[in-house]
Ligand binder design. Structure first.
Ligand code: ROI
Length: 168
């Protein structure tokens, strides 16, 4: 089994509910074990500003699926949640990004791991910091150093009521 981290994001159709359902769906992935999810965070959109705020989280799983098979599974979930491919960096019902696949570097037309945006995105790094202590990210270095370097972005942890499902 390989340890993987997946970023979740939504800013359409009750994003908080979308993320809760998506976390439940990640629990059902074949040949995988769900480990933990971060709290849910609200975040101002990165990219075009004429779209709603996002809800973001990060989940950790262990899997014996190959990287592209895992990607297929994640993309099938995005479709099942009603994602339609629209403009680049536009609003979406559900985004599932494979951030890390063990310590592998993957450079495939369909999949780049570590995920390209990881180091610049507070809405990825902050949730991730809740669920990892030490992590070495291939090509980028120590996770703790990335956290120190991140530029200020608007991000807020959603209230406890929104985060109750994962403590059940
Ligand atoms: N901005 C935020 N805050 N959260 C996201 O998940 C997110 N995802 C994206 C873009 C459009 C880059 N902006 C985002 O894909």
């Amino acid at each position: 089994m390989v340890e993987c981290y997946i970023a979740l994001g939504s800013n359409l159709q009750q994003p908080e509910e979308q993320l809760k359902q998506a976390i439940l769906a990640l629990n059902q992935l074949p040949k995988s074990r769900f480990v933990v999810a971060s709290s849910l965070y609200g975040s101002a959109p990165m990219g075009p500003q004429d779209q709603p705020d996002y809800v973001n989280a990060v989940a950790k799983i262990e899997t014996s699926l190959a990287p592209l098979t895992l990607l297929d599974q994640l993309q099938a979930l995005e479709m099942a949640f009603g994602r339609v491919k629209s403009e680049r960096w536009g609003a979406r019902v559900l985004d599932l990004d494979l951030l890390l696949y063990g310590d592998q570097i993957i450079d495939h037309p369909r999949l780049k791991v570590p995920h390209v945006g990881i180091a610049q995105r507070a809405f990825v790094l902050l949730p991730l910091s809740e669920i990892v202590d030490e992590l070495f990210i291939p090509k980028l270095g120590r996770f703790a150093d990335l956290l120190l370097k991140i530029e200020k972005q608007t991000l807020w942890r959603l209230p406890d009521e929104s985060n109750e499902v994962k403590r059940a």
